[in-house]
Ligand binder design. Sequence first.
Ligand code: NAP
Ligand code: MG
Length: 398
Amino acid sequence: MDKIKMTTPIVEMDGDEMTRILWQMIKDNLLLPYIDLKTEYYDLGLEYRDQTDDKVTTDSAFATKKYKVAVKCATITPNAARVKEYNLKEMWKSPNGTIRAILDGTVFRAPIVVKGIDPCVVNWKKPITIARHAYGDVYKGSEMKIPGAGKVELVYTSADGTESRELVHNFDSPGIVQGMHNINGSIDSFARSCFNYALDTKQDLWFATKDTISKKYDHTFKDIFQDIFDAEYENLFKEAGIEYFYTLIDDAVARVMKSEGGYIWACKNYDGDVMSDMISSAFGSLAMMTSVLVSPDGDFEYEAAHGTVQRHYYKHLKGEETSTNSVATIFAWTGALRKRGELDDNQELAAFADKLEKATIDTIEAGEMTKDLALITTIKKPTVLNSEEFIKAIATRL
Ligand code: NAP
Ligand code: MG
């Protein structure tokens, strides 16, 4: 059999621990036998990040701007314990944070739905994708504890020195205060990424804030979305047969619970943080959640939503058997291959991505799965496979 040819490389960002082990197994068993795989390889494993003073992370992000499609393995975000464990020169920043800052993107997270792993919400039939704005608000807030009576104001000093003020509160007893901000340019990028992703995946887009209460802050989000939609996307949405729908956040939450899924839910930073954990756990498992960073220029970086599965890795190092779920990492690869196929008009490559996803889902639906899924499936007497057996079972179907 001839291998599928590629014209443009995908940026490959290797990672850490158990997911690094799965990464190689996936390539060896599911990709290299079928594809003449062209990647530009960046080793984002913590050791090499440390050796290069984290330059490799920056380089990989710029390569993504060049080639437009990347696939990333989970990576360690160092904390004090990791600095010791890996004898690091510095507590390097989160690679995802670095890449996101360079690509200025929005993160879309979607569950992989299979029969036998049923969502807790019985009417959810299709995936719900969360789009989280990843800049500002409470994540870049300033806070004060107010010790007693006194006045708190917001003060804006413009470049020419003119001041404007807004009273926050006249305290007559101790309390707390918080100031937060966002930037129109960042909201603009967020909106465009959401509209583009909706068109790309042919799904409706929902957006919600609390604009009735927050008449300037949240209302600005609403207005920026609406202005861009009216000026640039209304017709494109009509042609694609999809809808943009704005409502209040509490109404959105109520509608989400009653819906059957199948749309993108755009959330402000805090809402997205909270709601993505609700959605992923209600759909079954973090190991069945994909994540893609989409930049306003149309660069795509695919990854699994989970981390490096450290506990399993330590078992693996001790020579013990692991049963780590590789589905989200496989879907990161298929997402990237399909996108590469679309951009290069390489139908064979895009079709391969579909087949690999189908083989993966069919394997689980036939009752062959890793331990995490076996614990929650409604399938009777599932066969629990180890990390490698599961990937081989998919290869057999493929
Ligand atoms: P984690 O890797 O997501 O794993 C937490 C737990 O969830 C695991 O111990 C395991 O539970 C379960 N789990 C997650 N993925 C699984 C899979 N594919 N198959 C089976 N079970 C799975 O989070 P963590 O252990 O807290 O973090 C480890 C490292 O990952 C950290 O250094 C963190 O910085 C990094 N991280 C990276 C990313 C990223 O690169 N995007 C995201 C999050 C975290 P059981 O142990 O009960 O089986
Ligand atoms: Mg969170």
